[in-house]
Design a binder for this molecule. Structure first.
Ligand code: BGP
Length: 455
């Protein structure tokens, strides 16, 4: 049983849902210019939410959402990443926020979801410390314009995946040291923003939004157990120890030393990191990962957000035979969700909100209906385990599955759908972009009305 004001919500991100990639003064982001996997749509039109936002919010209201988590496109607000503010960008999000509030839906804002302004990327992106200042300035612009209406801010979506799975998420290739230097700069930017937000006395709360997947050992061999602990450290805890405790996780740091990948600290960095603290923890969960020990002379392996990693001398991903998989090859582990919730709460004792969880599938339309029982099964199994975790004492105040409406997948295009609402388009055929309610829409509507599975 969840609390009465529990935030039953759903999520999207700007570049995956909005479209209007070059309209009303928007600048280009790295997502607009990245090399796409073959046979996969670009993000130019996406679900065309930019032009359909009123219709979409009306559907969210009908669905019964208490919260909607979306991201703001940095390049709508500051087309070059810094410099003059684009009034039309401010207007769009101001209107969207007002529309949500009028519908009784709590807006939850991600400030940065994989879409760094291309202009900043040209100048070195996160390897350039100027990007830290640009990010801090951008966030302060958002706080000034929307700070009175937003109660929950999320700083950076899945920073850990931008670092560890940069090929899948950003189509990037960098050395490990370069990745972790960029990571360091993002951590500083985040800390500074959290400090500014608190210092200025805004009424809401702010927190990070990493992808957290509890890591299991492939066996009880102590070397596998240690491998799992180390992957947990560098994949998960690094990204929560920092905003909660203001310091690097010691095991993650030790691994970076062994790999010659420690970031260089500039004067004052340690103080900034120590000064920025989060109010709550938002996290995305799709499944657990399982790893075994990996020889030091093996090759480095990079997967996508949910698996396929290998760092020589430390760990290698291992298929967990106890778990079924989605048709896109991601393991399904609802009990692991409960384990992950408890592990986060035991380590940090902060309120938590789940900002992504869901099933990507190839939905089929039959006479305007989408019978996505597989999605209902996935979500109900996860909600059940979340409710158990809450009953067992974990403090979870919201659940926002991915995704409110079909969006373009990060690296699998339009064929991999997650939404409660179907968007009528294919990767290369835009059709009429009509919205259809899937079976999962009606199912989630009931869950929200009841206040969960248990009521
Ligand atoms: C997360 C991202 C989302 C979303 C989701 C599903 O990593 O934060 O943006 O895309 O994963 O992933 P995919 O689209 O690759 O299936």
């Amino acid at each position: 049983m969840v609390q009465k004001d529990f935030l039953w919500g759903a999520s999207t991100s700007a570049y995956q849902v909005e479209g209007a990639w070059n309209e009303d003064g928007k600048g280009l982001s790295v997502q607009d210019i990245k090399k796409l996997p073959e046979n996969t749509s670009d993000f130019k039109v996406a679900a065309d939410h930019y032009h359909h936002y009123q219709e979409d919010v009306a559907l969210f209201k009908e669905l019964g959402l208490k919260a909607y988590r979306f991201s703001i496109a940095w390049t709508r607000i500051l087309p070059d990443g810094t410099g003059a503010v684009n009034p039309k960008g401010i207007q769009f999000y101001s209107d969207l926020i007002d529309e949500l509030l009028a519908a009784g839906i709590e807006p939850i804002v991600t400030v940065y979801h994989f879409d760094l302004p291309a202009k900043l990327a040209e100048q070195g992106g996160w390897s350039n410390r100027a990007t830290i200042d640009a990010f801090v300035h951008y966030c302060n612009v958002l706080f000034e314009h929307f700070g009175d209406r937003i109660n929950y801010w999320l700083t950076i979506n899945e920073q850990n995946m931008m670092v560890l799975a940069s090929s899948a998420v950003l189509a990037g290739t960098k050395t490990l040291q370069e990745n972790f230097q960029e990571n360091h700069h993002m951590l500083i930017a985040q800390a500074q923003v959290m400090k500014d937000y608190h210092d200025k006395g805004y009424p809401g709360k702010i927190g990070p939004a990493p992808n957290i997947a509890y890591i299991n050992p492939a066996s009880s061999d102590p070397e596998d157990v240690l491998a799992a602990q180390r992957f947990n450290a560098i994949r998960n805890w690094l990204y929560l120890d920092m905003p909660v405790f203001g310091r690097y996780n010691h095991q993650a740091w030790d691994m970076l030393k062994a790999l010659d990948a420690t970031p260089i600290f500039a004067e004052g960095d340690a103080e900034i990191l120590a000064a920025g603290r989060c109010d709550f923890i938002a996290f995305n969960y799709y499944n657990t990962n399982t790893v075994k020990a990996y020889p030091a002379d093996a090759e480095m392996l990079e997967g996508d957000q949910q698996g396929g990693f290998g760092i020589p001398g430390f760990f290698q991903s291992h298929r967990n035979d106890h778990l079924p998989m989605t048709e896109f090859g991601w393991e399904i582990d609802p009990v692991g969700f409960r384990t992950t919730i408890h592990e986060i709460y035991s380590r940090y004792h902060l309120p938590m909100i789940v900002t992504e969880n869901g099933l990507g599938g190839r939905d089929i339309v039959e006479d305007g209906a989408i019978h996505d029982q597989y999605r209902i099964d996935y979500l109900s199994a996860h909600i059940r385990e979340m409710e158990k975790a809450i009953a067992e004492g974990a403090d979870v105040f919201g659940y926002c599955p991915w995704s409110a409406i079909d969006v373009i997948s990060t690296h699998e295009g339009m064929r991999k759908r997650y939404g409660f609402i179907y968007v009528n388009r294919a990767d290369f055929d835009l059709k009429d972009l009509a919205r259809y309610k899937k079976d999962s829409f009606y199912w989630y509507q009931t869950i929200i009305q009841q206040g969960g599975l248990d009521s």
